[in-house]
Design a protein around this ligand. Structure first.
Ligand SMILES: [Fe+2]
Length: 376
């Protein structure tokens, strides 16, 4: 019987319906042929096309929510038991997608970890090919030193450590601090492109300036220094401050109230963090955005190619992941694997930080989005 996809309205033809007709008859000669394949490390396409070339993306990664109320106490306990320093380098605990065989991958391309730094601790300097960022959901008092430039970390800030920049962190206070790290470690590991180098055991500059040198040079609205006209692969900005993100989102919603086109959809303000030398993504492998939903806003159900990770910054609401609704509160993190349908519902005003592998997917022209109910 012909099946019609309820979303696309197109006839569904899958491998299963034609598989049987394509499979050869099981004979001694065929078995001998398959043994010959195996002996020569060969595998025929016709026995595994479902896995290798599915009709649409069918990720092994599964949608999942991690509760901050569970993550943070475990990170704090790690602070009591596990030293930070040379060798282990970071007290970072990776969020392991339950569908990815126990690896600390939140998706096939992305790493997300909670990192915890105790009072007065220093995480030594190192550098690696992998691109990294930090997002701070709570706390302050840590400076991350990137290529010798001390960068203050405070709630709501988005901080960059692009690949091959030396970086270490130090906590100047008597209080611990935790934040999330996002990296392209799985992509790097699976494609064997990573290099790593140790740096100073201590950070190279213990100064605690309010603004880093990179911000002082680059973070003036609409202005580009003439000393920096060349395009750089990653953004030269070390920290995107919450005050600017918050103001941009606030103004989008105010403009919407005034009838000016400003939001991505009714009640949904959003910004992307960009590299000011290109206008494109902040780093070659990771896209980062911030979304704010007005109370009561529901977004349409989407399917996107690629992996996306969200962290609730403030407010309450829920995410519907593959048809299952999950309540969310401050600090909660969830992953949307490729093509899994998802939508958001805001109870009160709902603020979410988001990151994805979109720069990889788009550069390779694999990007596709389906918005249910949208016939464009
Ligand atoms: Fe690192």
């Amino acid at each position: 019987m012909t099946q019609i996809d309820p979303i696309t309205g197109l006839e569904v033809v899958d491998h299963d319906s034609i598989d049987d007709a394509m499979q050869p008859e099981d004979t001694p000669e065929l078995r001998a042929l398959y043994e010959g394949f195996e002996a020569e490390h060969l595998m025929p396409l016709w026995t595994q096309i479902d896995d290798l070339m599915p009709m649409y993306p069918s990720p092994k990664a599964v949608p999942h929510v991690w509760k901050w109320s569970s993550l943070y106490p475990l990170a704090r306990k790690s602070g009591d038991l596990v030293p930070v320093g040379r060798g282990g380098e970071r007290r970072a605990i990776g969020l392991a997608n339950p569908g990815l065989d126990g690896r600390a991958y939140i998706s096939p391309t992305l790493w997300c970890a909670i990192q915890y730094l105790g009072p007065k601790e220093t995480a030594p300097e190192h550098r690696h090919s992998q691109n990294a960022f930090r997002f701070v959901v709570e706390g302050e008092g840590v400076w991350t030193v990137v290529n010798g430039d001390p960068v203050r970390m405070s709630r709501g800030d988005f901080l960059l450590t692009p690949g091959w920049n030396f970086h270490g962190h130090h906590n100047e206070t008597d209080q611990p601090m935790a934040w999330i790290d996002g990296l392209d470690i799985p992509f790097s590991q699976q494609n064997d492109v990573g290099f790593f180098e140790f740096g100073s055991e201590r950070v190279t500059d213990y100064a605690t300036p309010r603004y880093s040198r990179g911000e002082r040079l680059w973070c003036h609205p609409g202005l580009r220094p003439l000393s920096g006209l060349q395009r750089t692969v990653s953004s030269p900005i070390g920290a995107y401050r919450w005050e600017y993100t918050d103001r941009a989102l606030t103004e989008q919603l105010l403009l919407e109230e005034e009838g000016v086109p400003a939001t991505v959809e009714q009640g949904h303000a959003a910004v992307r963090y960009v590299n000011p030398t290109t206008g494109g993504d902040v780093m070659p492998t990771i896209r980062a955005e911030f979304h704010r939903l007005r109370a009561g806003t529901e977004t349409p159900t989407r399917h996107d190619v690629g992996s996306q990770v969200f962290q609730v910054f403030e407010g309450t609401g829920s995410v519907v992941l593959d048809g299952t609704e999950r309540e969310l509160e401050r600090g909660d993190i969830f992953v949307v694997p490729s093509w899994v349908p998802w939508s958001l519902r805001a109870e009160g005003q709902f603020d979410l930080f988001a990151f994805s592998d979109a720069p990889i997917i788009e550069r390779l022209h694999f990007n596709r989005t389906l918005i249910e109910g949208d016939n464009r």
